[in-house]
Every structure is written in C-alpha cells, then in structure tokens.
Ligand binder design. Structure first.
Ligand SMILES: NC(=O)c1ccc[n+]([C@@H]2O[C@H](COP(=O)([O-])OP(=O)(O)OC[C@H]3O[C@@H](n4cnc5c(N)ncnc54)[C@H](OP(=O)(O)O)[C@@H]3O)[C@@H](O)[C@H]2O)c1
Length: 252
C-alpha cells in the first residue's frame, strides 16, 4: 500500500526535514502549518525532486476550525494516512506565572490536546487496517523539571510509551521522539540567543529525523537521538531535581 504521511508543523525545522526524508523514500505527504506560502513552496520542491503526491493544508492548530480540518483529512478512508507525525510546536519565553493564562492554554493545546485528538482519529483507521505509525515529537525536556514545556513533553512521552504497548499487538507503533537542542527555527522564534547553549549540545535536524524514523520502524516507544542525549536523559533520571532543573534551564 502507498504510504501517506501527515505532518503537522511542516513549514520549517524538523517537520520540513521529515517531509524531505519521507518523500525521498517515496511516501505521499500531507503538510500542515499556518504559513500557506511556505507550505506550497515546500510541496512544489518535494514534488519536483521526488515525484511524490503532496497535499498542503494551511491550518492554525490553536483553533478548533484548524484542528477539525486535519481531523476530516485523517477520516478520509479513500486515501488513508498511514503515518501521523505530531510535530507542530514552540517554546514559551516567560515562566508559567508570568505568562498570560491564554498563552499557556494555547501551548497546552498545541502540544497535548491536538496530538491526542489527531492520534485518536488516526488510530480508528489504523486499527481497521491493522497497521500504522504515530510519531509524537516530544523532547528530552520531558525528562526534566522545565516549566510547562517539560510538562507537556512529559505527557506525550508517557502517552506514547503506553500507547506503543497497547496498540503494538495490532501492528501500530507510537513513538515519542525526544531530541535535545536542534538547529531549526525554534529558538529564533523564541528570540533566544543560541550562543547560550554550548556547541556540543546542538544536533542537526537530518540526524534527529533519520534516527527517529529508524526507531519508529523498529517499534520503539521512546527515541532519544544521539549517544550524548541518551546519557543526559539517564543523568536526568537519577540526579537531584534541582541540579537537573538548573542544567535544563539553559537555552531559554
Ligand atoms: N529545535 C529544538 O531544539 C527542539 C528540541 C526538542 C523538541 N523540539 C520540538 O520539535 C517540534 C518542531 O519544532 P522545530 O524545532 O522544528 O521548530 P520550528 O522550525 O519553529 O518549527 C515549528 C513548526 O510548528 C508549526 N506551528 C507552530 N505553531 C503552529 C500552529 N498554531 N498551527 C500550526 N502549525 C504551527 C510551524 O509552522 P507555521 O509557522 O507555518 O505555523 C513550524 O512548521 C516542536 O514540537 C518542538 O517542541 C524542538
């Protein structure tokens, strides 16, 4: 069966890289993001380079209308989505109590409510077909005390770990991909000076995506790209929370 992959947040960064690597493997794509012009540009390039089918969907996932549009596409059994990649997201600059509540609730929605809504919808068709992959882009921040960003990513790690066990027997994998710092537009959008993070902590999007896709294909529930971040995630499990929190605060 032809693979069709729906990627949220496909205008830049990890989402755009997933689109490139999957198109190179011959998958058809559904690209979701707010910026219609950038989506069209990416789609035209992928079609020209790899000859795959690419649909674009300009949708703001903060809005119910935007989420509904994606849900309708996932329900379309005439062209089933075989892999769902919940990737759209961003970081907040202010700590919780200094952020407007509405901003915090939008952040919760895009990182947890939307991925759960899309996963619930996608799972209906995947279970009928007895196959499918869901990749939730979490973060190593989910293993650390790091504000509401760490909290939402921890929720998706926990959910993915469970769902991978629950639905693995039905031929469906659910993987939380947990990168460390990656060169994308993430920090620029937060207006964070990337020089505050030592160079050895930076990963490149092509390596993160390649490792994530490999781990998802192997049916892993949690994927932590690179040896250095596997070690740091282990450290976060056993070190005192105040020490881990001080370390994790870098890069904001
Ligand atoms: N970069 C890192 O260091 C890092 C580390 C760990 C985890 N992550 C996670 O990786 C994921 C991808 O981030 P990235 O690093 O690739 O950053 P990025 O280059 O800034 O990409 C973020 C993507 O999310 C989309 N997006 C943001 N708000 C949206 C909304 N309301 N509706 C629809 N789409 C929206 C953006 O598209 P539009 O602007 O077109 O809407 C963009 O395509 C995020 O979940 C992030 O938390 C990043």
């Amino acid at each position: 069966m032809t693979q069709t992959v729906l990627i949220t947040g496909a205008t830049s960064g990890l989402g755009a890289e997933f689109a490139r690597q999957l198109a190179a493997k011959g998958a058809n794509l559904v690209l979701v993001g707010r910026n219609a012009e950038r989506l069209e540009h990416n789609a035209a390039r992928l079609q020209a380079d790899h000859g795959v089918g690419v649909e674009t969907m300009a949708a703001d996932l903060h809005t119910d209308a935007g989420v509904d549009e994606v849900v309708v596409r996932l329900e379309d059994s005439s062209s089933p989505v075989t892999t769902l990649i919940n990737n759209a997201g961003y970081g907040l600059v202010e700590p919780f109590a200094d952020s407007p509540l509405e901003t915090e609730l939008d952040h919760l929605k895009i990182h947890v409510t939307v991925p759960l809504t899309l996963s619930h919808t996608a799972l209906q068709g995947m279970r009928r077909r007895g196959s499918g992959h869901i990749i939730n882009i979490a973060s190593v921040a989910g293993f650390t005390p790091r504000g509401t960003y760490g909290a939402v990513k921890a929720a998706m790690i926990s959910f993915s770990r469970w769902a991978n066990i629950q639905y693995g027997g039905e031929g469906i994998s659910v993987t939380a991909l947990c990168p460390g710092f990656v060169h994308t537009e993430f920090h620029q959008r937060m207006k964070v000076d990337k020089r505050s993070v030592p160079s050895w902590m930076w990963l490149n999007a092509p390596d993160v995506v390649a490792e994530g896709l490999r781990d998802a294909a192997r049916g892993k529930g949690v994927s932590i790209p690179s040896i250095r971040y596997k070690v740091l995630a282990g450290f976060a499990r056993f070190a005192p929370p105040s020490l881990v929190a001080a370390f994790a605060w870098r890069g904001r």
